[in-house]
Design a binder for this molecule. Structure first.
Ligand code: GAL
Length: 539
């Protein structure tokens, strides 16, 4: 009989960066001026923020970027070079990144891929007209990176969209120019407000997956939903950006501004802030603080500097957690940390709902055989050993656990974890999608798979402790007679669907010890629904 220990009874609170040795640079941490000030920035506001990063221990906790957003533009001089706003930056710009650097931090700046910035439109800032990179790419790169010394640039899309530019070509071109002009490596954030396509890893160290975040719980959930099934596209030092963290508004100076904009639907409780931060860590989003740091409450600082949560965001493997369980309204996500395949895992419990939820998570769902040793990273305490994690979370809350044990080969690979070469949410030709699908494993599937080689599902990291022959069953729905094509390390296998509805289609295939690459689809025919694959040892 299976021994079931309860890791922790219902009593869940109501209550340093590791160097990334896997070659993957961790997500950016820092502060950005936009949410607190919009276009009304100045050199003193930015330099004060830099001072606050030091004074409040944020830099020490890993927040080492100070990023200027929209609003610094003045005009282009007779040669076309950007001159900063004469009132907001009366002493020019160079001394601002210099000051940030002198404090041991990095400096970021902002522009648009097109002609006009977003602020010139939405915030009626006339200085943003013609301030984008369009037709000034070389000059702007010279000025921003070589003359002024910025290390990072966020590149928005309002102007690009207005000019009707091709998003991929435009950002690739900008990347090329920056690389050829800048005298040091420059990080780029692609701010296209949706997952733009797999090309984006060649351009950005991060890219926005949504429109602008709002300081309320529904917006946090919306950001998480938009990123739930994008884990395949993060990694190798490139991350899905869930936007700035809307923490620190409780009683802060910004409250009045936000209250004007959002009325009563404003602000997060401290528990919600913790859930927000926990999810950004689990999903390896950049961690950019957006509030006025002068007024940031100590409770917020304590939340966002929890070194054990920060370490999950900055983990050396640089992976984004994916959904391993989704029952009712709760989600459980997991990712490898510290050591791929054989090391510990970060397991996240997420309760977006308005009432308390109990999670029951057996070891095999997490990828462990038998006992698991569990540590609560939010509370920074060990919870003991168990075979099933059972935990109740209050409404609007999330928790990160570090779980260790003996790993099994993970035998189930969900379709919504798979990589699709031409997956994009930008172009109208959005073909393959990840969707919720009641009754499917984890309640989600991929739809419209295949029909072209680039539309097949690909799991690039199917790890086997032992090589040999395995039975693979692909749970999918397609018209009887449709051939499902499975490849394992390039070797193709075909089996026809025999029945209507969601059914297993079975294969036998050879796997090698270690990492295998598995694809499912059919380059000629579209498979309407793929739920998951199960790999079963034949011994
Ligand atoms: C938006 C962007 C915001 C901010 C703003 C500046 O497009 O999503 O994060 O940069 O533009 O105008």
């Amino acid at each position: 009989m299976k021994k079931m220990l309860i890791c922790l009874a219902a009593a869940v609170l109501f209550s340093a960066c590791s160097n990334n040795r896997d070659g993957a640079r961790p997500p950016m941490m820092g502060w950005n001026s936009w949410n607190a000030y919009m276009v009304d920035i100045s050199d003193s506001i930015i330099m004060n923020a830099a001072d606050m990063m030091i004074a409040k221990g944020l830099k020490e906790a890993g927040y080492d970027h100070v990023n200027i957003d929209d609003g610094y533009f003045g005009y282009r001089d007779s040669l076309g070079y950007m001159v900063p706003h004469p009132v907001r930056f009366p002493n020019g710009m160079k001394h601002v990144p210099e000051y940030i650097h002198s404090l041991g931090m990095k400096a970021g700046i902002y522009s648009d891929a097109g002609h006009n910035t977003c602020g010139s439109n939405y915030n009626k800032d006339p200085h943003g007209l013609g301030a984008g990179l369009w037709q000034h790419e070389i000059q702007d790169a010279e000025r921003y990176f070589n003359d002024w010394g910025f290390d990072f640039i966020k590149i928005d899309w309002c102007g690009g969209s207005k000019l009707g530019l091709d998003v991929e070509q435009r950002y690739m071109r900008i990347r090329e120019i920056i690389d050829s002009v800048a005298n040091k490596p420059i990080d780029i954030n692609v701010c296209r407000w949706r997952y733009p396509g797999t090309w984006v890893s060649k351009v950005g160290s991060s890219w926005r997956v949504s429109g602008d975040i709002r300081p309320n719980w529904p917006s946090i959930c919306d950001m998480i939903n938009k990123n739930l099934y994008l884990s395949a596209y993060a990694g190798g030092g490139h991350y899905n950006d869930m936007d700035m963290m809307v923490v620190g508004y409780n009683g802060g100076k910004d409250s009045a501004f936000w209250e004007d904009s959002y009325g009563s639907n404003f602000g997060l409780t401290f528990d919600e802030e913790e859930a927000h931060f926990t999810m950004w860590c689990a999903m390896s989003s950049p961690l950019l603080i957006g509030c006025d740091l002068t007024y940031i409450p100590q409770e917020t600082i304590d939340i966002i500097t929890n070194p054990e949560l920060v370490a999950i965001n900055q983990d050396r493997l640089g992976l984004q957690a994916h959904v391993i369980q989704h029952d009712g309204e709760g989600y459980v996500l997991a990712k490898d940390i510290e050591k791929r395949h054989t090391g510990p895992r970060a397991v996240t419990l997420y309760n977006p709902s308005d009432s308390a939820l109990t999670f029951t998570i057996p070891a095999e769902a997490v990828g462990f055989a038998g006992g698991m040793t569990v540590r609560d990273l939010n509370e920074r305490r060990d919870l003991g050993t168990c075979e099933v994690i059972e935990m109740t979370l209050p409404a609007h809350y999330a928790k990160l656990l570090r779980v260790e044990g003996k790993r099994t080969d993970i035998q189930v690979y969900e379709a919504e974890w798979a990589y699709v070469q031409d997956f994009t949410r930008v172009r109208q030709k959005e073909i393959t999608k990840y969707e919720t699908y009641p009754g499917a494993s984890c309640n989600a599937v991929a739809t419209s798979v295949g029909g072209r080689a680039e539309g097949n599902l690909q799991w690039r990291d199917v790890y086997m402790g032992k090589g040999g022959r395995y039975a693979v069953s692909v749970l999918c729905a397609a018209a009887p007679g449709t051939e499902i094509v499975l490849t394992v390390n390039g070797k193709e296998h075909r089996t026809a669907v025999t029945a209507e509805g969601l059914n297993p289609v079975n294969f036998m295939a050879d796997f090698k010890r270690g990492v295998n690459v598995v694809t499912v689809g059919n380059p000629e025919v579209m498979i309407p629904v793929v739920d998951c694959i199960r790999i079963i040892s034949t011994k």
